[in-house]
Design a protein around this ligand. Structure first.
Ligand code: C2E
Ligand code: CA
Ligand code: CA
Ligand code: CA
Length: 271
């Protein structure tokens, strides 16, 4: 057993070392990316049931000088581990507000833009002040900003969550729970939180033909409405999914069916 243990160590070590090296390189490059403004936000339309484009979600991309466009799924987890998500997240907030202002000045009508805030970013002591500052610096009304938090982020340190949510709500910023349904599947705690929206995770939308997924979606929509919240479905790719969701009472949609995330200057304000 001892022998095989040693073998497995010598077998895995080079692979682990390589992974660690890659992370270190990526971390260094990420620091540079921030200074050299290699991050960019793309915007994906959110549509009501008319259907009309009413809002957008800001999604970060990394335009790496050699590696090309890197998806957030690749670098956000490392940014979280290394705390680089703090300056990146601050940039996302400021850049989103700046874009809202720019669209306003160009005469484009959009109700609000949603930004993703990671747990580590939300947990930092100055988060509410950071949001206030981004709005102040850009001259954007708080009602134009929606913050997307995941279920897990909301659940951990619930007292801190409640305090920050109330401070944001008092300011006029709205909060949406992202990827809803995958984590805790308990809606009871939501009653005590100042939320405005739940976002049904795209995995349920994708599997809507599966009776189990369909029942979960139906339940989420029913309970969301009974709590007086908006419900948005993400990852809609087919008319049939929209038809089902609409029949169950969903009122907002986001997904490739209506539009992929695109740079701000390519965003379409009408379908
Ligand atoms: P998310 O917040 O759940 O965002 C939805 C993801 O689904 C996006 O991937 C979007 O491009 C993709 N998507 C939208 N509609 C469809 C569809 O119809 N079909 C399919 N297959 N996919 C669709 P993306 O842009 O790669 O972002 C991945 C994740 O990275 C996001 O998931 C979010 O958790 C994180 N992320 C993105 N931008 C930021 C950011 O600025 N800050 C933080 N903290 N996280 C971010
Ligand atoms: Ca999101
Ligand atoms: Ca999501
Ligand atoms: Ca997600």
């Amino acid at each position: 057993a001892k022998e095989s243990g040693r073998n497995s160590i010598s077998f895995f070590k080079p692979a682990m070392q390589a992974a660690a090296d890659r992370r270190l390189t990526l971390e260094k490059e990420m620091r540079r990316a921030l200074q050299e403004q290699q991050f960019v936000l793309h915007y994906q339309p959110q549509v009501n049931d008319e259907p009309r484009v009413v809002s957008a979600e800001a999604l970060i991309r990394w335009q790496h000088p050699e590696k090309g466009m890197i998806s957030p799924a690749e670098f956000i987890p490392l940014a979280e581990d290394t705390h680089l998500i703090l300056p990146i997240g601050a940039w996302v907030l400021h850049e989103t507000c700046r874009q809202i202002k720019a669209w306003d000045e160009q005469g484009h009508k959009i109700d609000h833009v949603a930004v993703n805030v990671s747990s580590r970013q939300f947990r930092q002591a100055g988060f509410v002040q950071q949001v206030r500052q981004a709005l102040l610096d850009t001259g954007v009304n708080a009602k134009r900003l929606v913050i997307e938090l995941t279920e897990g982020c909301v659940i951990e340190h619930i007292d801190d969550t409640i305090a920050k949510m109330h401070a944001l709500q008092a300011m006029g910023v709205r909060i949406s729970i992202d990827d809803f349904g995958v984590g805790y599947s308990s809606l009871s705690y939501l009653k005590s939180l100042p939320l405005s929206q739940l976002k049904i995770d795209q995995s349920f939308v994708r599997h809507i033909n599966d009776p189990n997924a369909a029942v979960i979606v139906e339940t989420i929509i029913m309970m969301t409405k009974s709590l007086g919240l908006n419900v948005i479905a993400e990852g809609v790719e087919e008319q049939a999914q929209i038809d089902f969701l609409k029949a169950k009472g969903c009122s907002f949609y986001q997904g490739y069916y209506y539009g992929r995330p695109v740079p701000a200057d390519a965003f379409k304000f009408s379908l």
